[in-house]
Design a protein around this ligand. Structure first.
Ligand SMILES: O=C(O)CCC(=O)C(=O)O
Ligand SMILES: [Fe+2]
Length: 344
């Protein structure tokens, strides 16, 4: 039987001190453990913006392909997720992170676990801690939600379940759109019908910081997904790295979702679509910034390699083929070296 994504992540143990977030409400200054060297590239913004694509645009396939190729990311409007659902997700996320630190810790991710409350998984690869707390959901959030709200968790669970169902539909639509631009289809991926497709919902919280210039929200990384679909609140913070331009801010557009290429699509597209390096800097206006990332992947036993149709022209594969499970294991141990470790 195919392992679930949650089982795959459970095999990669994380040390306790890389799981428990700071009690952000209790500190008045940024502790040394959370001070990051000031990077000179943090304000390099050239007014560049990633494209915004209307899913109803007849040219959406071409535009999505171009955006993936040049940016590895785009914003999408007319995606079919109702605005009130995005608002509900946001307000339930805010309700969760507004709980006292002691309550949130009741739903702490286990060292062998993949879901629940805690620091970002990438924390162990950096010498300093991030100004971040997260809550990871794979499937039903009910077990952890009960620990947070013993009698009052139905609304949270309903909203998160409903959102995941709707996001799966949007993710499928976007995947076929993007693959369509390469003239391949979902059937060209080696996924077995019926096996779990490997998705996760990550709620991110960046509490107000006494010195946002010295702390880091979420350090630069690429996502292990095929695609990530992000809902960010009105407060800005997300930046993507563009070769030749540096860090480019992704300014929130009300109701739009941010789509970014993950490592699996990078491999599948034979590096035509770059898995985009991104980070979250802290909001300078003292806002409590939230974001909700839906990571859309492939079943854990699925073999990932560029489909033959893509290599017809004689192009050589750049990566050896790996199963999703194998790649998640390589990424968990080697972080940003993972792609170079499977390069042919
Ligand atoms: O909060 C953001 O804008 C980025 C979140 C992100 O990159 C992630 O959850 O992987
Ligand atoms: Fe990310």
């Amino acid at each position: 039987m195919t392992a679930t994504l949650s089982q795959v992540y459970s095999e990669n143990l994380i040390h306790h001190h890389h799981i428990v977030p700071l009690d952000f409400n209790s500190v008045r200054t940024v502790p040394d453990s959370h001070v990051w060297p000031k990077s000179d590239d943090s304000s390099s913004d050239h007014g560049l913006r990633i494209p915004a694509i209307d899913l109803k645009d007849p040219n959406a396939v071409k535009l999505a392909g171009q955006a993936c190729e040049t940016w590895g990311a785009f914003q999408v409007i007319n995606h079919g997720i109702p605005l009130n659902l995005l608002e509900e997700v946001e307000s339930e996320t805010r309700r969760l992170f507004s709980l006292p630190a002691e309550t949130k810790k009741k739903a702490l991710r286990k060292p062998t676990g993949a879901t629940g409350y805690g620091l970002p998984r990438i924390s162990e690869f950096f010498p300093k801690y991030m100004w971040h707390e997260g809550f990871t959901i794979m499937g039903s959030p009910a077990d952890h939600a009960r620990m947070l709200w013993p009698n009052d968790n139905a609304r949270f669970c309903d909203v998160m379940d409903g959102y995941q169902k709707k996001m799966e539909v949007v993710a499928e639509k976007l995947t076929s759109l993007i693959l369509g631009s390469l003239e391949i289809s979902g059937e060209d991926l080696n996924r077995d019908v019926g096996s779990p497709f490997g998705a996760a919902l990550q709620l991110n919280s960046y509490p107000p910081c006494p010195n946002p210039n010295r702390a880091m929200g979420l350090a630069p990384h690429t996502d292990t997904s095929l695609l990530t679909i992000l809902h960010q609140t009105a407060a800005s913070g997300l930046q993507i790295f563009k070769q030749g331009a540096g860090w480019v801010s992704v300014l929130p557009i009300a109701g739009a979702l941010v789509v970014n290429v993950g490592d699996l699509l990078h491999i599948l597209s034979n590096a035509r679509f770059p898995s985009v390096l991104h980070r979250a800097v802290l909001n300078r206006d003292g806002c409590h910034r939230l974001s909700v990332a839906y990571f859309y992947g492939l079943p854990s036993d699925c073999r990932v390699s560029p489909p033959l149709k893509l290599l017809n022209s004689g192009e050589k594969p750049k990566y050896r083929s790996v199963t999703v499970k194998e790649y998640v294991g390589i990424k968990s141990k080697n972080f940003q070296e993972a792609l170079s470790l499977i390069t042919i």
